[in-house]
Design a protein around this ligand. Structure first.
Ligand code: FAD
Length: 405
């Protein structure tokens, strides 16, 4: 039986990949004229600049896919592994001795206790402070969550975010360790991954129909269909189909983000590492910065810094002019390094309504979702924002559908 996928973002493409691997016939419908969804790369004269994901945490599962689709990775620099958190200055480990002991004690108690404290409705802020201590939470978990989820810890659901980490049910047996560990980036930017995945699927008889916006009327209830779209787009379809939680999903709090790429003349880079995250309490405008040339030196002709701004604490990034956003990044740059250098070029890439806020409201919607038979969902609002979570989800979904077929 043919399986229909709505959306050719990374969630739709990976779901299609695993279904094709399992011997299924698949057809994809995509509203826009290209694959990738949020993932898109702007190829500048200084190197690739991404609108959304620019790197992913490598695993043996990703490596298998890269080999299959013929994707080459950018060479990692010696500084790629080095990441910082800012606390008065840039630091590899932001906690003092007392705070570290408190933090370690919390981690040990979490490992030993069966009850991880992940009751529904509990905020990650409340959970984190209880287990890791105030400073431990603020400078590690909250900072990480702000950097990855762009969310506000006081409004984010602890169980929605952490159940996957502590739960055993989604763990895949590890076959081997990946050859390249840590963050990796496709040669030429992340769009290479989605382009090559789409090409691979088409070579394997998957028809991808671009410029087709699917509506509920187009969905055949007797056919297995996966909606692999953002929370609002999925909510819209579910609402049209009469699914109760559809309207709520459609109205979910979504976060805007912008990437301010600053290019500097050749010379010393901002710091000796790939990235730095900024804790909320440190008062930065941006969520963090990536030093592209330090991570993947062959990809960039000059020092290119990617300053990410927006999310739950900065709701008005879309209404700000390019000049204003550049200025906000430059103010952070001065605070970080005391440098007042002028960039030789700047590129602003905006992504409105791009990330779902992982609130208890989202958790409630997911828990209460009652889908018609033959309808399945995939997307970054279901179990994690990053590509590592999305790939796990796609594998599990393909298995579930194979079993249901
Ligand atoms: C600024 C930023 C930085 C990020 N950095 C990282 C990172 O470094 N590492 C990482 O792992 N992740 C990162 N992410 C997260 C990651 O990029 C996203 O979570 C992921 O790309 C989401 O993919 P998706 O396929 O779930 O959704 P989408 O990319 O939104 O794809 C959904 C697709 O469905 C289509 N669609 C919607 N409705 C319909 C319809 N009715 N009919 C047909 N088609 C439809 C859309 O056109 C779209 O193509 C980042 C995200 C942002 C915004």
């Amino acid at each position: 039986m043919k399986i229909i996928i709505i959306g050719a973002g990374i969630s739709g493409l990976l779901s299609a990949y695993y279904l094709v691997k399992g011997g299924c016939e698949v057809e994809i419908f995509e509203k826009s004229d290209r694959p990738g969804g949020l993932i898109k790369t702007f190829s500048s004269e200084f190197g690739p600049m991404d609108y959304a994901a620019s790197s992913l945490v490598n695993s043996e599962v990703f490596e298998d896919i890269f080999n299959d689709i013929g994707l080459e990775l950018a060479t990692k620099g010696s500084l790629a592994k080095i990441k910082y958190i800012y606390r008065n200055s840039i630091r590899r480990w932001p906690l003092n001795l007392f705070e570290s002991l408190r933090f370690m004690g919390g981690v040990v108690s979490l490992i030993l206790s069966k009850d991880k404290g992940l009751s529904k409705g509990r905020s990650i802020n409340n959970w984190g402070e209880a287990f890791l201590g105030k400073a431990g939470y603020r400078y590690t978990l909250e900072t990480f969550l702000q950097g990855v989820y762009a969310g506000d810890g006081r409004k984010m659901s602890a169980s929605l975010i952490l159940s996957n980490i502590f739960g055993k049910k989604n763990k895949q047996p590890k076959k081997r360790k990946p050859q390249v560990r840590g963050s990796v980036m496709p040669l030429g930017g992340m769009e290479q991954l989605t382009n090559k995945l789409a090409l691979y699927l088409e070579k394997n008889s998957v028809k991808i129909n671009y410029n087709v916006e699917v509506s509920a009327d187009d969905i055949d209830a007797s056919q297995i269909t996966i909606i692999a779209s953002s929370a609002p787009a999925t909510g819209k379809l579910l609402k049209q189909m009469g699914v109760k939680e559809g309207a709520k999903l459609m109205a979910l709090d979504m976060l805007d983000l912008a990437s301010v790429h600053l290019v500097f003349k050749q010379g010393k880079t901002l710091f000796n590492g790939y990235g730095c995250l900024f804790p909320v309490s440190e008062g930065f405008n941006c969520l963090g910065v990536l030093a592209g040339q330090n991570g993947f030196p062959d990809e960039y002709s000059n020092p290119v810094e990617r300053w990410i701004i927006g999310g739950a604490y900065n709701r008005n990034v879309l209404s700000q002019s390019d000049e204003k956003l550049i200025n906000l990044a430059l103010v952070d740059r001065k605070k970080l390094s005391n440098k007042e250098e002028k960039p030789i070029a700047a590129f602003i890439l905006r992504r409105p309504q791009s990330l779902p806020h992982y609130t208890p409201e989202l958790e409630k919607i997911i828990d209460n979702l009652c889908l018609p038979k033959n309808l399945f969902l995939a997307g970054n609002y279901l179990g994690g924002i990053g590509l590592s979570a999305i790939i796990r989800q796609s594998q599990t979904l393909a298995k579930e559908i194979k079993a249901a077929e």
